[in-house]
Design a binder for this molecule. Structure first.
Ligand code: SER
Length: 315
């Protein structure tokens, strides 16, 4: 059985990825790590957990060596909106953290490094509808700049050292267990909490802002595909993936079908400019063709499942 390290296991994706992987590969084979001190019990009590700061190469070496790690999921990242507030820290965590992981991985014989890139790798000069896999990458946010830099670095480590790196350009992730923090697509999670608790929500993006999104179960499936699928299927190391694109208004309308008294108003802030620089929809046909990417959830499916799950917890 392969040994897996997850860095950033307290985050929006990491906190669900760890239990998902433990169920699949055995709890002792999945080492949860990160810098957060307050972690869900499912992480700390469900299997091995160690504190790890990816900015510290020595501790990375120790954890990877002592645990005979085969695959790494590097999930630690500062998201787009926070990145605009602390751009130097975003660079440090997103780029210097990644290069440490790549460097230690190639020295210690790690087989695969899997880490998410983002739709933020694209920018205002990229075609915004059906954005192709290979296209212009001129982001205008620090977050986007770190993701493009990461894509180039990871490719470099593959070419120079043969380290298999794989990344998916994730859209906004909608999840029911851990809320995202500091992203531009966070509204699509917040809206559910507010709709259930207060029946109203003030959205920080405009009603007609359309962005690509994905439901967490599809996102987890994508991560597992990257460990399980045979290397020969991957003709490149960065893939566009998407679930479904919708506007803030369309999401609100879908929620209203289940919670009729729900109301929404719109007060766009600095995040609007970030959203306006990103694609509205993504062409993920390359991922579908090469390794069988096939997301399940559409807008109605996401909305129904989110409301069902959160309603149980929030009442
Ligand atoms: N969810 C991310 C953000 O909004 C996009 O990758 O920053």
């Amino acid at each position: 059985m392969k040994r897996i390290l997850v860095i950033g296991s307290g985050g929006q994706i990491g906190s669900e990825l760890v239990p998902f992987l433990r169920k699949k590969y055995g709890k002792e084979n999945v080492i949860a790590t990160g810098r957060r001190t307050v972690l869900p019990k499912v992480i700390t009590e469900g299997g091995p957990w160690v504190y790890l700061d990816a900015l510290n190469q020595e501790s990375l070496k120790k954890v990877i060596y002592e645990n005979s790690i085969d695959h790494i999921f590097h999930m630690a990242s500062v998201l787009s909106a926070t990145g605009e507030k602390i751009p130097q820290t975003a660079w440090d965590i997103n780029v210097n953290g990644l290069i440490n992981v790549l460097e230690v991985s190639r020295r210690y014989g790690v087989e695969r490094v899997i880490w998410p890139s983002s739709i933020a790798a694209f920018g205002p000069t990229t075609p915004r509808e059906n954005t192709p896999n290979e296209t212009i990458l001129q982001p205008t946010t620090m977050y986007g700049i770190t993701k493009v830099s990461g894509e180039l670095l990871a490719e470099y480590y593959y070419k120079k050292y043969g380290l298999l790196t794989l990344s998916m350009r994730l859209p906004g992730i909608i999840s029911s267990e851990t809320a995202p923090g500091g992203g531009t697509t966070d509204y699509a999670v917040e809206i559910f909490y507010e709709a259930i608790k207060n029946k109203k929500y003030t959205c920080f993006l405009k009603e007609d802002t359309k962005l690509p999104m994905m439901y967490q179960p599809d996102c987890l499936k994508c991560h597992v595909n990257f460990v399980e699928i045979d290397e020969s299927k991957f003709k490149r190391h960065v893939y566009n993936v998407t679930g479904v694109s919708f506007t803030a208004g369309e999401l609100a309308a879908e929620i209203k079908k289940i919670i009729p008294e729900f109301t929404i108003d719109y007060k766009p802030d600095f995040r609007q400019e970030i959203a306006d620089s990103w694609p509205k929809s993504i062409d993920d046909s390359v991922a579908r063709k090469e390794w069988g990417w096939n997301p399940k959830y559409d807008l109605a499916g996401i909305t129904k499942d989110m409301i069902e799950k959160l309603s149980k917890r929030l009442v």
